[in-house]
Design a protein around this ligand. Sequence first.
Ligand code: NAI
Ligand SMILES: CCCCCC(=O)/C=C/C=C\C=C\C=C\[C@@H](O)[C@@H](O)CCCC(=O)O
Length: 251
Amino acid sequence: MFSGRVAVVTGSAQGLGKVFSGVLLERGSKVCISDVNQSELEKTYKEFKSKYAENVISQQCDVTDSEQLKEVFRKTKDTYGQLDLVVNNAGIVNEKNWQQCIDVNLNGTIRGTMLGMEYMRKDKGGKGGLILNMSSLAGIFPVNYTPAYAASKHGVIGYTRSWSMHPDVVNNGVRLVCLCPAFVDTDMIKMDDDSKFVGTDLAQQVIEKFGIMSTDHIIPVFVNAIEDEENNGSVISITLKGANKIPLPMP
Ligand SMILES: NC(=O)C1=CN([C@@H]2O[C@H](COP(=O)(O)OP(=O)(O)OC[C@H]3O[C@@H](n4cnc5c(N)ncnc54)[C@H](O)[C@@H]3O)[C@@H](O)[C@H]2O)C=CC1
Ligand SMILES: CCCCCC(=O)/C=C/C=C\C=C\C=C\[C@@H](O)[C@@H](O)CCCC(=O)O
């Protein structure tokens, strides 16, 4: 299932993207890691390269820049000859610069999804594959201290679910899944920047309510989404209590 498969993971210099890339490499996949943060990307690349040799390549990429993202896909296909998995993981929280928040989280995911379909659809020369989009519990619940972030993550769910129901996509072997974790122990949830939230105290209260998961807690759900080839269109919440498929709301 993993051995010999080829993946692109955005925002993979650190945090969940780095963990996901490590999981794929450990299981024998080939991975193109990419991130806007060149210095962190370089460090992660060196770390992975020493363990996984030619199974890892790296390409700096800001997901708000279509040409840079296209280059990630081009380089991956040129190097490994195929593409089987796209993890649209790059994300930020920034309520002051809400435009950037939407552009990275939602538009970046849309760009990566469109490229993923272009490279993996059977009618376009691909072999089918999985597009795994990172949403959040903030894509399911309203979040009063991060409205733009919540909007971006609600958008990721709507976008992913919509394509997963398109016959041209389903019939050409591409499936799409959304992961929606609660708080995970990465730099994203650090209270280190006033521009992140509208009300750090409100954020703290909700973090206390949900608790903080280790990145390890997300791995089995990530692995299962890849292994379960019947899984298309799922939106999976992940909290300390476990993982659940969120049913479609009925009007
Ligand atoms: N940490 C958490 O509590 C949760 C995180 N998520 C989502 O998981 C994903 C990963 O987040 P974390 O690892 O927690 O955060 P993180 O802050 O540790 O990592 C995010 C990575 O994305 C990169 N990035 C930011 N802007 C970018 C851009 N324009 N282009 C390319 N890369 C860019 C960063 O440089 C960083 O390496 C995000 O989409 C986030 O919204 C979802 C739910 C909970
Ligand atoms: C603080 C960093 C945010 C970015 C990381 C992230 O995506 C984490 C999100 C985690 C969970 C958010 C959930 C918020 C829910 C509440 O706003 C509330 O509406 C839930 C009410 C549920 C209930 O009443 O039981």
